[in-house]
Design a protein around this ligand. Structure first.
Ligand SMILES: C[S@@+](CC[C@H](N)C(=O)[O-])C[C@H]1O[C@@H](n2cnc3c(N)ncnc32)[C@H](O)[C@@H]1O
Length: 163
């Protein structure tokens, strides 16, 4: 299964096809099972099941504690440029949220790498449905000091919810 995406280069529409490198095995078969809303924690374990033809690309991944997983919201249809996320009662632009309903339906999740068994990466922190296609995996390296991070509307929504 290939994932098609188009983009505009100097006014010309260019189409690119992404081939999943594997699939996520998660305990979630329906979106309503995935924790969401204020204080939601993602601690469920899952497996990044990398296809045999891409497994050589996992060489040396064991040394990293956390990984970025880039994936496709394959069960999401269409998009809303402005929407109200479950953690707030106010609308925000799609690019200021992590909504599954986005123009290019790409998800990004940081997971903790627990262990590797061949082409299978056992991880903690999945928020994807079982069978979700994986587009890429990269080591998580953050060089941004905590004091420089701003959480925008999310910090304001959390403060309002605490009152
Ligand atoms: C708020 S999004 C955040 C995903 C990711 N951490 C991100 O920031 O891109 C997580 C939600 O996407 C939905 N979801 C998960 N896997 C999906 C899939 N394969 N297709 C469509 N929706 C999915 C579920 O409702 C889940 O609660």
């Amino acid at each position: 299964m290939a994932e098609g995406l188009g983009y505009c280069l100097r006014g010309e529409i260019v189409s690119e096809t992404f081939t999943p490198i594997g699939f996520i095995r998660s305990p979630f078969s329906e979106t309503k099972q995935i924790p969401k809303g204020p204080g939601a924690k993602h601690e469920e374990e899952g497996v990044l099941d990398v296809l045999p033809e891409f497994a050589a690309g996992l060489k040396d991944i064991e040394g990293f504690s956390h990984l970025f997983v880039i994936w496709r919201f394959h069960r999401s249809d269409g998009y809303d440029l402005v929407g109200t996320p479950p953690v707030d009662d106010r609308p925000h632009g799609v690019f200021a949220t992590r909504s599954p309903r986005r123009p290019n339906a790409i998800g990004l999740t940081v997971v903790e790498l627990l262990r590797r068994e061949g082409g299978k990466l056992h991880v903690r922190g999945v928020d994807m449905l079982d069978g979700t296609p994986i587009l890429d995996i990269k080591p998580y390296l953050s060089s941004i000091p905590q004091e420089k991070l701003r959480r925008g509307w999310l910090a304001e929504a959390e403060a309002r919810n605490k009152k």
